[in-house]
Design a protein around this ligand. Structure first.
Ligand SMILES: [Zn+2]
Length: 474
C-alpha cells in the first residue's frame, strides 16, 4: 500500500522493525501478569524513540505508560501483549503441533503480539507528527498486561490512569476489517471456597461434612438458575479444588471458580449476587463454611459513535489490506484443511453486513452503522476504559476468514505476512485517527458529551472493589 501522509510514511519506513518485534513477542508468548520480556522490549524501543516511560503503573510490574508531546489534548493508544496457556503452535503449520520456537507451551491465540505492536507503532508515528508539526498535545501509549483473564486495564482504571485522557483508541486482530460496533459483556469472576470437616468415609461418615458436596450442590443450583436469567447472560465455572483424590476421606475443602457475564455492569452484579445466594444455600445444606473471594471483573463496552465514525472514515480511506496470491493461498489452505463450514458461517454472523460466499481473506471493510450496536458475547477490559474516556476500536483482517479466536489455527497464522499486513493497517488507522483528533477539538467535545450522555449522568464505578488485591499479590 503506498501512502502519502507523512505519519503513514513513518509507518512504512519502520514497518520491518515492528514486524520483527511482533514476531519476537509471538515467540515469547508470556501469560497474564508475567509479560516481563514483552513489556521490556516495548519499553526499550519506546525509550530509544524518546518517549518518557513510567514503569510498573497501578502497582503492576508489567504495566507501563509511555508519553510524548506536551499539553492537551491527551490521546491514549492501548496496547496488549499477553498470550494464552497451552496454545504453543508451529508457525505456518496446517496441523496442530507445538512450536519449537516457544519454550513455555503458551501461544498467542488472540493475536496480542500484533495488537501491542501496532498500537506502539501508531503512537511512535503520532509522536513524530507532533514534533514535526509543533502542534500542542500529548500522545500516550498504554502498555496493558493481562487482558486474558486478568482485567489489567480494569485495575489500571481503578488506579485512575485513564482519567485525564481526551480519547482512547485501540484495535484487535480479527478475521475481518471494520470498526467494532458491538458491546461486550460485563463480567465478574470469584472463587467460592467451601470448608467442611474430614472424616473416615466408612467408619464415621456422620462426623464428616463434605465441602465437595457443597461445591457440587452449588453447581447444580446454578445450572437450575440458568433457566431464569437474561438470555444474553453467561455463567461458566471450573472446579479448582475437588478436595483430594481419596474417596474414603470426606473432603474437607473444595473450591470452584465462577465467571458471570451480563450485558450491563448492574446486571452482572445482580446475577453475581444470585450465584452467591445459591452458594450460601449449598453451604447451608451441607453444614459447610463458605468464603467468596472476588478475583476480577470488567465493564461492558460503552460505544462512542462520534469516535467510531472518525475511525471508520480513516479505515475506509486506507482500504482493505492488499493481500497477494501467496497470502490468499495460505488462508485458503487454513480454511479448507483446518476449518469447518460452521467456523466460517459463525464468522459471517458477527458482521454488520452479511458476507455471502466468503473468500479465504476478508477483502473489504465492514460498514459502520451508527446506532446499530450488536451484542458481543465475550468480555474485554477495554470496556472499563470506554466508561472513563471516549474510546473507539477497530478490527483488521489478520487471519483466514473463519479462524476462531483462542485456537491453534490462529496462533499458526500469527507470524504470517497476512497477519503483518493487518497489523500495519491497524497502525495506520490508529495513527491517522489520533492525529486528526489533535486538530479537532469539536469532535473531542462531542465524543465527551456522548460519553456523559451514555453514562446517564453517573460517574464510572470500577467493578473491582478497592480492597481487592491484584491476583499476583494475593
Ligand atoms: Zn484478545
Amino acid at each position: 500500500m503506498s501512502t502519502t501522509a507523512p505519519e503513514l510514511n513513518y509507518i512504512d519506513c519502520h514497518s520491518p522493525h515492528f514486524t520483527a518485534m511482533s514476531d519476537q513477542i509471538w515467540n515469547l508468548a508470556e501469560l497474564r501478569y508475567e509479560e516481563f520480556a514483552s513489556a521490556k522490549l516495548h519499553i526499550e524501543t519506546l525509550e530509544a524513540a524518546g518517549f518518557r516511560v513510567t514503569r510498573g503503573v497501578a502497582d503492576i510490574p508489567t504495566a507501563f505508560v509511555a508519553e510524548a508531546g506536551n499539553g492537551g489534548p491527551v490521546i491514549g493508544i492501548l496496547g496488549e501483549y499477553d498470550a494464552l496457556s497451552g496454545l504453543s503452535q508451529e508457525a505456518g503449520a496446517l496441523t496442530c503441533k507445538p512450536s519449537s520456537e516457544i519454550s513455555n507451551g503458551n501461544g498467542h491465540g488472540c493475536g496480542h503480539h500484533l495488537l501491542g505492536t501496532a498500537a506502539h507503532l501508531a503512537a511512535a508515528a503520532v509522536k513524530e507528527h507532533l514534533e514535526r508539526s509543533g502542534q500542542p498535545g500529548t500522545v500516550r501509549f498504554y502498555g496493558c498486561p493481562a487482558e486474558e483473564g486478568g482485567s489489567g486495564k480494569t485495575f489500571m482504571a481503578r488506579a485512575g490512569l485513564f482519567d485525564d485522557l481526551d480519547a482512547a483508541l485501540t484495535w484487535h486482530p480479527s478475521v475481518y476489517t471494520g470498526v467494532i460496533s458491538g458491546t461486550s459483556l460485563a463480567n465478574i469472576q470469584a472463587y467460592f471456597r467451601f470448608r467442611g470437616k474430614a472424616a473416615h468415609a466408612a467408619n464415621s461418615p456422620h462426623l464428616g461434612r463434605s465441602a465437595l458436596d457443597a461445591a457440587e450442590l452449588m453447581n447444580v443450583g446454578v445450572n437450575f438458575l440458568r433457566e431464569h436469567m437474561l438470555p444474553d447472560a453467561r455463567v461458566h465455572y471450573a472446579m479448582t479444588d475437588t478436595g483430594g483424590l481419596s474417596p474414603n476421606v470426606v473432603q474437607p475443602n473444595a473450591e470452584v471458580l465462577y465467571l458471570v457475564r451480563a450485558p450491563r455492569n448492574d446486571q452482572a452484579t445482580e446475577l453475581f449476587e444470585r450465584v452467591k445466594n445459591v452458594a450460601r444455600g449449598a453451604a447451608l445444606m451441607t453444614d459447610c463454611q463458605l468464603e467468596v473471594v472476588f478475583d476480577k471483573a470488567c465493564s461492558s463496552i460503552l460505544q462512542n459513535s462520534v469516535l467510531n465514525q472518525l475511525m471508520d472514515k480513516h479505515l475506509q480511506a486506507l482500504g482493505a489490506p492488499d493481500f497477494d496470491a501467496d497470502e490468499i493461498a495460505l488462508a485458503s489452505a487454513f480454511q479448507q484443511q483446518t476449518l469447518t463450514d460452521e467456523d466460517i458461517e459463525s464468522a459471517s454472523r458477527s458482521l454488520a453486513q452479511a458476507w455471502r460466499d466468503p473468500k479465504p481473506l476478508f477483502d473489504h471493510i465492514d460498514l459502520y452503522q451508527p446506532g446499530k450496536e450488536g451484542q458481543l458475547y465475550g468480555s474485554t477490559d477495554v470496556g472499563d476504559v470506554s466508561w472513563v474516556t471516549p474510546t473507539a476500536q477497530c478490527y483488521t483482517a489478520c487471519y483466514a476468514f473463519g479462524t476462531p479466536f483462542h485456537s491453534w489455527q490462529l496462533v499458526a497464522q500469527g507470524k504470517s505476512s497476512l497477519a503483518h499486513k493487518g497489523m500495519l493497517l491497524a497502525a495506520r488507522t490508529l495513527a491517522g485517527s489520533a492525529i486528526e483528533l489533535f486538530s479537532a477539538p469539536e469532535t473531542l467535545a462531542q465524543a465527551k458529551a456522548e460519553l456523559l450522555e451514555r453514562r446517564g449522568g453517573k460517574p464510572y464505578v470500577c467493578p473491582i472493589p478497592d480492597d481487592v488485591a491484584l491476583p499476583f499479590r494475593r
